[in-house]
Write a protein that binds this ligand. Sequence first.
Ligand code: ZN
Length: 336
Amino acid sequence: MKNNRAFHLIALFAFASIYLASCNSDKPTTTPESEVKKEVIENIAIPDFSSEKALDLVKKQVAFGPRVPNSTGHQQCGDFLIKSLSETADTVIVQKATVLSFDDKQLKIRNIIASFNTENPSRVMLCAHWDTRPFSDQDATVKTKPIPGANDGGSGVAVLLEIARLLKENKTKIGVDIILFDAEDYGQPDAVMQREKADSYCLGSQYWAKNLHQFGYMPRYGILLDMVGGAGATFRQEEGSMEFAPSVVQKVWNAAGRIGYGNYFLNEPTRAITDDHYYINQIANIPTIDIIHNDRSTASNFYKHWHTLQDSPENIDPATLKAVGQTLLEVVYREK
Ligand SMILES: [Zn+2]
């Protein structure tokens, strides 16, 4: 993803909620606490996300080598993901395409769509990118090697594969689609002195958004994961997510707080970024948020090993994978 998109927030939602609140004067001003709890937190069995299994899945992906489109590691890891999801999902669709990179390479890509509870037309979409960056352009010394992509690529996929395992064992009320996008991270390096090509990232999701795997596909909302395994990660409410899907941000952040992960999911804003969710919102009109590591102490505001050779499994903390995975389960299993 890239840190360059400026969005304008509309205050409409704020005004609307103030207006609605003021119109509720015929309701009692206080609600008994027990009633509130009953309404908000139903007693639903929510499966337990295994951080151990998720960490193993990160390592498994990294062991294939960098997952750069057109490489052997990419081919093999893609095959593994399809096989693995075929064992858990009701259906798996592989969307193949050839897309053009910023440096005029024909990239053979595969977007992988795994669906659960397919008979239910009400659906939610969980997604991440599975490819990894061909250049370590943020590395202090070596800038041209492909990155291991443990966090950037590996972590989001690992969380979703562990969720897939649980979705098979414990049925949700709502239908769930897990989508793994290809070629997110083949964007133009900052060091290349060419005209800026803003849309050179997110090639897989751009293709998918223009060519949906299913005619008229429209889940209630989407949740994108990107860099969700770093030690001590914090996730802030990204401006683009707040513009396109503020209620989804609220839902997810509330769920995290409710189950004790408020120290990861901070109720603080952060600036808009270009990631797969941007194209899903813009092109496919599916309200989609991005859960992405935001670090105020780094120049990029991303994970400190972002696009470097240190983005390796040693720097993944299973506790972060758990915080994100369990929060998504809390959201998805409560959907009716
Ligand atoms: Zn990246």
